[in-house]
Design a protein around this ligand. Sequence first.
Ligand code: GLV
Ligand code: GLV
Length: 325
Amino acid sequence: GLSRVYITRQIPPEGLKILRESGQVQFQLWDSDDIPVPRQEMLEKVKGADALLCVLTEKIDAELLDAAGPNLKVISTMSVGFDHLSLEELKRRGIRVGYTPDVLTDSVAELTVALLLTTSRRLIEATHEAKTGGWGTWRTLWLCGHELANSTVGILGLGRIGVAIAERLAPFKVKKFIYTDVVPRPELASMINAEYVSFDELAEQSDFLSVCCALTPETKEICNKNLFSKMKSTSIFINTSRGGVVNQDDLYEALSTGQIAGAGLDVTVPEPLPISHPLFTLKNCVILPHIASASYITRNAMSALAANNLLLGLRGEPMIKELKL
Ligand code: GLV
Ligand code: GLV
């Protein structure tokens, strides 16, 4: 018979088309208002499912897996991040996990460059000034920012996305790329001529520091006052990975006291960040609502990859992109 699939959100059409045309599954979909499925609803609807297709707003933990029951063989997340999944629980239960790296690398790298330039050249402040009467006249040091030309760009966590960001920044005449990670990544580093440095050296030398690592217990809040206090007062901090990598109180402190020049964040804790959050009061902090992979092509590709991973997993075949648990 057909395998039962629960899908936690309205996903872009390509993935649904693949599932429909597979003839392999019947699925049930939470598609109310494009908001996350209420936890209780998910706990009920997931009962008996053979596979679950989820997005990053859903916590997949022991409670959820218990509610699903013993049929559940596959989790397919439409995301590259996997911090919303309890990997130990999944491993213990022998549940396979698909995710969607690579297809979003271009989109995330593009957005990271856009956010970096928006932050370093103070574009949000500038448009605000222009349309609210602040543009009295042309002034010599007004709205001055920091240039990529001749700068040192640091990458915290060198993977595919870090490489793609560096490839895009190189034509801006960056002087030097440096990176740190738990171990050196010589193959990736050689693609962008990046030098491996210590965590402290990354903090001290970077004019632009871009966070590109996954959120894991090891990386939780590694960007804290220890890091910010070592950074240059002219440096720009960019995070398009996960908000949990940053201690936001420490970041607020660093930005409001001029310890660093600016920050561009596509990710925060929590999401959405409440509009009353102190970070929103800072002119030198640009906050985006987690849109790094948000292009039509990429979101459809993620949807298709998540669907294909799920179908392969249900057939007991290797997935296109499977997390090693
Ligand atoms: C986006 O943040 C993702 O994990 O795909
Ligand atoms: C800037 O517009 C300049 O002419 O220097």
